[in-house]
Design a protein around this ligand. Structure first.
Ligand code: ADE
Length: 225
């Protein structure tokens, strides 16, 4: 998979892609991530990429020219399945969107800043708008890191234990069951006997029951769907 990220602050993304599972996936060539600094596409002497909004109002708006130039250049070299804009007014990210994106070959992610981007970028180039939740971040970079992480871990071969993503919370629209490791007793708190029983069938049933119990308590809305 190939992900091209258009950003004004590539340094914000140094950390998330340089450790753990994503780094391993990059090293194993299962995924390639490239950053494109939007300022490099500004024809303005001061490398300006934003301007005041028509009609008045607070906050600057990212201009169409540098964004269009960057997207056109990327598209001239490669086919992209999607051009994603990260924005609080996009469709809320969930596991099913992550699953869908994990099957794509390549996509562009545009990170917004300031008040957002000129509407014409959305009209002309954006194929999908995603929000990572009902709150506002200072920019799309941290949202891009969240989106990429949730997608990349689903690509076959990325996780050591192939099956482990299957047991993630939300994969079946329910939360994951409680998990334990050694020691089997800590401060009087014992690991449930069933998990030490070695009976795989009973353990599966217990886990499902606990998942449903937890979902009912914490996220009943998931069971309604
Ligand atoms: N940019 C700013 N806030 C955001 C959010 N909640 N999701 C995605 N992109 C954003």
């Amino acid at each position: 998979m190939n992900i091209d990220i258009i950003t004004l602050f590539p340094e914000l993304l140094d950390g998330p892609f340089n450790a753990s599972i994503i780094k391993k996936a990059i090293n194993a060539k299962l995924i390639e991530i490239n950053f494109h600094n939007l300022r490099d596409y500004s024809s303005n002497k001061k490398k300006q990429v934003d301007d005041y909004q028509y009609g008045g109002g607070p906050g600057m708006v990212m201009m169409i020219e540098p964004i269009a130039k960057c997207i056109k250049k990327l598209k001239s070299k490669k086919h992209y399945d999607d051009v994603i804009y990260l924005t609080p007014d996009g469709k809320k990210l969930n596991q099913s969107i992550s699953n869908e994106l994990s099957n794509k070959n390549s996509f562009i992610i545009l990170c917004g800043h300031y008040k957002g981007i000129d509407q014409r970028v959305r009209d002309l180039y954006i194929t999908r708008e995603i929000s990572i939740g009902d709150f506002v971040l200072s920019g799309g970079e941290l949202a891009a890191a969240v989106l990429c992480d949730s997608v990349i871990r689903l690509i076959p071969g990325v996780l050591g234990d192939e099956s482990s993503a299957l047991y993630d919370s939300f994969q079946d629209n329910i939360l994951a069951p409680p998990i334990y490791t050694r020691p089997s007793e800590y401060d009087g708190l014992k690991v449930p006997d069933i998990l030490l029983s070695g009976d795989k069938n009973k353990i599966d049933i217990w886990r499902e029951e606990k998942s449903i119990e937890r979902t009912k308590k914490i996220r009943p809305d998931l069971l309604e769907n």
